[in-house]
Design a protein around this ligand. Structure first.
Ligand code: MN
Length: 252
């Protein structure tokens, strides 16, 4: 297990405790919040791993790196002799819907698991402040059991978003479209130099039938979106072959 809110995050603990009855759970997570760190990996500095007091039977390790670093050292070092059956990331505090998946450290941790060929999922709660992670953790535990049994094709992962409160059901969805404020706030620091703060709080979503945003925001449903790591735009392959590019080989 990992996350991007840090190894002490209450959402991580809720998920770890919900998964513990299914089997052995090992947490390897960033030692501090790493939200919106995406899939970055620390190739140019050393990492430290610190073993923390367990939560009951749940062993815990903190890594001074990104969520991807944590999954990397967790699988390739701490559990090198016993590859995990499932990689779980979350429960994140806040949604990871639509294009959020490209920025999210929570989703990236599951992507790293998927890149290693392991059944993987990320789970996020659409809430701020101090929410109840219980319903999200309980659903995720059922999903983890299914995932471990059914093992979808390598390179795929499941992205789960849970609405606040008591969900009315669950839906299988596609990624929707969110719009962001595109805010850039300019201020002066105490020495008179400008600094910039990006990414405002204003967000809305477009109506995309069958999407994760619609399920969570409009219908109060838990959203389960299958993702895969192959970002190829297949629809453009043929067209690109018709472009006038030097040395371009004919269709094969
Ligand atoms: Mn986060």
């Amino acid at each position: 297990m990992s996350n991007d809110d840090g190894v002490e995050a209450p959402g991580l603990r809720a998920l770890a405790e919900a998964l513990a009855p299914l089997g052995e759970v090992t947490v390897c997570a960033p030692d501090r919040e790493q939200s919106a760190s995406s899939h970055s990996i620390s190739l140019h500095r050393p990492l430290r791993i610190e073993e923390l007091p367990p939560w009951g039977t749940i062993r815990r390790y903190a890594v001074d790196g990104t969520p991807t670093d944590a999954v990397y050292v967790g699988v390739n070092h701490l559990l090198r002799d016993r590859r995990p059956e499932v990689v779980a990331s979350g429960v994140n505090r806040g949604p990871n819907l639509a294009m959020d998946v490209l920025y999210s450290g929570t989703v990236a941790a599951a992507m790293e698991g998927a890149a290693m060929g392991l059944p993987s999922f990320a789970v996020s709660l659409v809430a701020r402040g101090k929410p109840d992670f219980g319903p999200a953790a309980a659903f995720a535990a059922k999903l983890a059991a299914e995932l471990g049994k059914r093992r979808p094709a390598p390179g795929t992962l499941l992205n789960v978003n849970v609405p606040p409160g008591k969900p009315t059901g669950a839906a299988i969805t596609r990624l929707g479209r969110r719009t962001y404020s595109a805010a850039v706030v300019e201020k002066l620091d105490p020495r008179g130099r400008a600094y910039y703060w990006i990414g405002g709080d204003e967000q809305a979503h477009e109506n995309v039938p069958g999407s994760d945003c619609d399920a969570v925001f409009d219908r109060g449903l838990i959203s389960v979106t299958p993702l895969h790591l192959d970002l190829t735009q297949h629809a453009l392959l043929e067209e690109l072959r018709g472009w006038e590019l030097p040395g371009l080989l004919p269709s094969q």
